[in-house]
Design a binder for this molecule. Structure first.
Ligand code: HEM
Length: 505
């Protein structure tokens, strides 16, 4: 009992001292930090954060304002939750905030590729080099055009398997089917030739990356509590290292096969992404010498950043359409009137389907797969009236910004029409800071064009070719998984009912 009283008294004293220090510090004009809720010793503000991190930060912001400071994993983090302040960070002072804040919770010692990341790297020579390579080669328009046959083949494969299910009267896990589609397309774009030779390669890579993600997630959970992070009590750190080495072996084998075939089939040009990267690796006159580990990490990050985000957007769109039959009907009418009923919708039709575009925008607004934009301050900067010091970690809550009731009437509802009437001018590129599903500024997404092509065509084909009936109930239950990705908690299991068979075209 005495111990409990002492512990309780200690917590109260610590809280008082902390609050006092805060009041004194905030009253000093030279070190004015953004306001924030009172924190607890050791855990900081963890007790105020739920498993839905963007939502709990939005709730805190409604109390502490559009720029606030909280303690996460023992570190102060500045959270920005309105478009005006986001513009300061992502546009006005873009260069000063172009480095990335890594939500690592001390995981780097279990990452054999630590220090080789593109997605998480500081703003500097390596990032600029790779960004240029992405813009001019890897994800440039002409390069993406070369992959049209991959996208068409994979979409047709998905539709074919759904027609089969429809014929058998069997339900399908649509979410899983869409994830496989997204994975196969990216795998074939990156490793075209190897995938043709080994059809199981996309699944092997997905399994390998899936295991790495699983152990990283488990490890992040146990690492949140400061003192325990020194010890790998769960053994997940060891497992993460082991599965990453397996992935590394797979990569080395692929590199060797590329090298061998380059020598044997000399003169034959390859246009997959790994060939471009290996060419850059060999190029002695390149502005920067990239390393093998940087290529492996880039490859891994393209999968992590591109597969599930694209798949989640398509899944959410279909779930919202099932839940809103009037919107589904309107989209179908648009597709039928533009494309007709004798051929399958194709990529070149997309520009003539404005209602489809509005549906994709509304899906990304309501269910952004990247709801928190991470930044780190490179130079002391003043934002609003607060001093943001070099090294300060920043989270821009894109989810909260895209839920702002002053901009979006009834933000919880799925209303694509808002992008045809009030917000026609908002594009996908984060020019208007009220709509930023792909981020904004220098560190915005590099895969926007690819993601939009795949998302639009897949949604349009699934609606053109099938009626959808959920396996359980009439409405899909919109629940989110734990974490901050905004992914669906429940599988999207439904019966496809064929209305147009693309194979009989
Ligand atoms: C619907 C699909 C997608 C969404 C919603 C999405 C969203 C995002 C967001 C919010 C960011 C952070 C931007 C910022 O901090 O300002 C990002 C970064 C990134 N995305 Fe995407 N993304 C998608 C698809 C893709 C695809 C298909 C690829 C590649 C094939 C990709 C590659 C990347 C990379 C490499 C970055 C890091 C860029 C950097 O740090 O400079 N993404 N994405």
């Amino acid at each position: 009992m005495a111990t409990i009283i002492v512990l309780f008294a200690w917590i109260i004293v610590a809280l008082l001292v902390r609050t006092l220090v805060k009041i004194i510090t905030n009253s000093c004009p030279r070190t004015r930090h953004p306001p924030g809720p009172p924190s607890l010793p050791i855990i900081g503000h963890l007790h105020l954060l739920s498993s839905n991190l963007p939502k709990s930060l939005q709730i805190l912001a409604s109390r502490y304002g559009p720029i606030m400071q909280i303690l996460m994993g023992g570190k102060p983090v500045v959270v920005v939750s309105d478009a005006k302040t986001a513009k300061e960070i992502l546009k006005t002072h873009d260069v000063d905030f172009a480095s990335k804040y890594v939500l690592g919770f001390g995981l780097s010692k279990f990452n054999i590729y630590d220090g080789n990341s593109f997605v998480n790297c500081q703003y500097g020579t390596y990032w600029r080099f790779m960004k240029k390579l992405c813009r001019t080669q890897l994800f440039a328009g002409p390069q993406l055009d070369l992959f049209i046959h991959i996208r068409e083949q994979e979409t047709l494969k998905l539709l074919k398997s759904l027609v089969e299910r429809s014929r058998e009267g069997e339900p399908c896990d649509l979410g899983m089917e869409i994830s496989n589609l997204s994975n196969n397309i990216i795998c074939k774009m990156t490793l075209g030739k190897r995938c043709a030779e080994d059809p199981n390669l996309p699944m092997k890579i997905r399994k390998s990356i899936g295991a790495m993600m699983e152990y990283t997630a488990k490890l992040s959970f146990t690492q949140v509590f400061g003192p325990l992070k020194k010890y790998d009590l769960s053994g997940n750190g060891k497992k993460l290292i082991s599965v990453t080495w397996e992935f590394d072996g797979l990569m080395e084998q692929l590199f060797k096969e590329y090298e061998d075939s380059r020598i044997n089939d000399s003169g034959q040009e390859e246009n997959d992404l790994i060939s471009i990267l290996l060419e850059t690796y060999r190029d002695t006159s390149a502005e920067l010498k990239i390393t093998r580990n940087q290529i492996k990490t880039f490859f891994l990050e393209i999968f992590l950043a591109g597969v599930d985000t694209t798949a989640a957007t398509i899944q959410w769109a279909i779930a919202e359409l099932i839940n809103n039959p009037k919107i589904l009907k309107k989209l179908r009418e648009e597709i039928d009137s533009e494309v007709g009923s004798s051929r399958l919708v194709k990529e070149s039709d997309i520009q003539n389907l404005p209602y489809l575009e509005a549906i994709v925008k509304e899906t990304l607004r309501k269910h952004p797969p990247g709801p928190l934009l991470r930044r780190e301050c490179n130079t002391d900067t003043k934002i609003n009236k607060y001093e943001i010091e070099t090294g300060t970690k920043i989270l821009v809550n894109a989810y909260a910004i895209m839920q702002d009731p002053n901009i979006y009437n009834e933000p919880d509802k799925f209303i694509p029409e808002r992008f045809l009437v009030d917000h026609q001018e908002m594009d996908f590129y984060g020019q208007d800071l009220h709509f930023l599903p792909f981020g904004s500024g220098r560190r915005a997404c590099i895969g926007i064009s690819h993601a939009l092509i795949v998302t639009n065509v897949t949604i349009a084909s699934l609606i053109q070719c099938f009626d959808w009936k959920l396996k359980d109930g009439d409405k899909y239950d919109i629940k989110l998984t734990t974490g901050y990705s905004g992914a669906m908690a429940l599988p999207l299991v439904c019966y496809p009912i064929t209305r147009f068979d693309p194979l009989k075209e």
